[in-house]
Design a protein around this ligand. Structure first.
Ligand code: AMP
Length: 280
C-alpha cells in the first residue's frame, strides 16, 4: 500500500473541483480523455494520441449516472479504480480527475434534447442516454476548457453528437481515434469483462461475420438490406442474442443514404445480458 501511494504521488490525482481549476490554470495545450474507468488498450490509444498532440493530458474517470437508462446496468458497470490508477501512472498521464456526482451536478443546466433526426441507433434504444452524455461533457468542458478532446470510433454515434455539440459551444476540438480490437477483431470494451467465456467466444465469431457482411455490402451496396436480413436470420439461428439494430448509415450525416457514399455498418446486441455495440 505504501509503495502504491509513493508510485501514485507522481501523478496529480484530483478529486476536488477547485483543486482541478488551480492545477490546470496555466495549461494552454491540454488534452482531455473522458472515461468511465475499467481501462483497457482502447483508452490507452486515446491517451497516447493526446500525449502526442498535447503538452499535458488529463484523464477523467467518472461513471456518469445520468447516461444510464437502466439502473442494473449502472450498478453492475465494471469498476477497478486501483488497477486503473496504476495503469494511468505507467502511461505517465499528467492529471487524473475523479469527481463525485455532487461535484459534477452542482448546478442545474438547461435540458439537452436530441432532435428527431438524431433519434436513431443507440439514441432510439437507450432513451436519455446521449442527453446524459452531452450534459456531463458540457460540464467537464466548461470546467476544464481543454484545447483538444479525444474519443473512440467504437462509439461513433457518440463521437458524432459530441463533436457537433461541443465544437458549436466551446473552442475545444474533438478528435476521433480508431477502434482497438483484440486478435480476433472483437472491439475492446469495459463491458467485455462481464461476458462469460462462451459468450466472449460467440461475440468474436459474430464480429467476424459482421466484418464479412461489411465487405459484402461494400461490393454490392444496392442489395444491403437483403444482405443484412440474411445475416440477421443466421445470427438468430446460431446464437442466443437479441439484436437491437444492425444498420448501414452514411458516415457524414448518419442518414440511411449510403449509395455511392462513405458508410458504416452499425450494430448493437445483447448477449449474456450484456449490451455490446460496434461499427465497421
Ligand atoms: P468509456 O470508458 O467506455 O466511456 O470510453 C471512454 C472513451 O474510450 C470513449 O471515447 C470510447 O469511445 C473510447 N473507447 C472505448 N473502447 C474503445 C476501443 N476499443 N477503441 C478505441 N476507443 C475506445
Amino acid at each position: 500500500m505504501f509503495y502504491l501511494l509513493i508510485f501514485l504521488l507522481q501523478m496529480k490525482l484530483i478529486k476536488i473541483k477547485t483543486d482541478l481549476i488551480k492545477a490546470i490554470e496555466f495549461d494552454k495545450r491540454l488534452g482531455f480523455v473522458p472515461t468511465m474507468g475499467a481501462l483497457h488498450e482502447g483508452h490507452k490509444a486515446l491517451i497516447k494520441t493526446s500525449q502526442k498532440n498535447c503538452k499535458k493530458t488529463l484523464v477523467s474517470i467518472f461513471i456518469n449516472p445520468t447516461q444510464f437508462n437502466n439502473k442494473k446496468d449502472f450498478k453492475t458497470y465494471p469498476k477497478n479504480l486501483k488497477k486503473d490508477l496504476i495503469y494511468l501512472k505507467k502511461l505517465k498521464v499528467d492529471y487524473v480527475y475523479l469527481p463525485t456526482v455532487k461535484q459534477i451536478y452542482w448546478k442545474k443546466n438547461d435540458k439537452i434534447k436530441l432532435n428527431k433526426l438524431q433519434n436513431i441507433l443507440c439514441a432510439k434504444f437507450r432513451k436519455g442516454h446521449f442527453e446524459g452524455v452531452l450534459d456531463v461533457l458540457d460540464r467537464f468542458i466548461e470546467l476544464i476548457s481543454p484545447q483538444k478532446m479525444f474519443m473512440g470510433e467504437k462509439d461513433f454515434q457518440q463521437f458524432f453528437l459530441v463533436k457537433n455539440f461541443i465544437e458549436n459551444k466551446y473552442n475545444t476540438k474533438v478528435y476521433i481515434c480508431k477502434t482497438i480490437r483484440n486478435k480476433n477483431n472483437l472491439a475492446l470494451s469495459s463491458r467485455n469483462s462481464l461476458l462469460n467465456k462462451q459468450s466472449f467466444a460467440a461475440s468474436e465469431i459474430i464480429t467476424k461475420k459482421l466484418l464479412k457482411l461489411k465487405k459484402e455490402i461494400t461490393r454490392n451496396t444496392k442489395n444491403y438490406k437483403k444482405l443484412i436480413f440474411i445475416l440477421k436470420k443466421e445470427l438468430f439461428k446460431n446464437f442466443d442474442i437479441k439484436i437491437e439494430y444492425l444498420e448501414c448509415r452514411n458516415t457524414h450525416n448518419l442518414s440511411t443514404n449510403i449509395l455511392n457514399k462513405p458508410f458504416k455498418l452499425f450494430v448493437a446486441y445483447y448477449i449474456d445480458n450484456v449490451r455490446l455495440i460496434d461499427n465497421f
